[in-house]
Ligand binder design. Structure first.
Ligand code: ZN
Length: 98
């Protein structure tokens, strides 16, 4: 039997906050239990956002999408410009390709 806390988590379909090499993150799931999105505390601005990958022939970078009531913005982490790029990339693959 689930206790209240577990029940609450079940409803929201997300994991607890976890830590990967200093990056705080949690995982959101769909109704069917598939991974919906990876939520991170952005190392650039300190706000919560969704971690996504931008992958094209010319560019490879990780992005954090922030959506707040008043505005939306993106923090970008490029392979050459940010020390957090590798950690975010590792985290992304760790979760998406498990
Ligand atoms: Zn940010």
């Amino acid at each position: 039997m689930l206790d209240l806390y577990e029940l609450e988590r079940e409803k929201k379909r997300e994991s607890e906050w976890m830590n990967y090499k200093g990056i705080r993150y949690k995982v959101e799931y769909t109704k069917r239990g598939a991974i919906k999105s990876i939520i991170v505390v952005c190392p650039k601005c300190g706000k919560v956002g969704r971690l996504v990958r931008q992958f094209s022939a010319k560019k490879y970078c990780m992005r954090v999408f922030h959506k707040q009531s008043s505005k939306e913005y993106i923090c970008r982490f490029s392979a050459y410009g940010s020390p957090y790029f590798d950690i975010l990339k590792e985290l992304y693959y760790k979760i998406r390709c498990k």
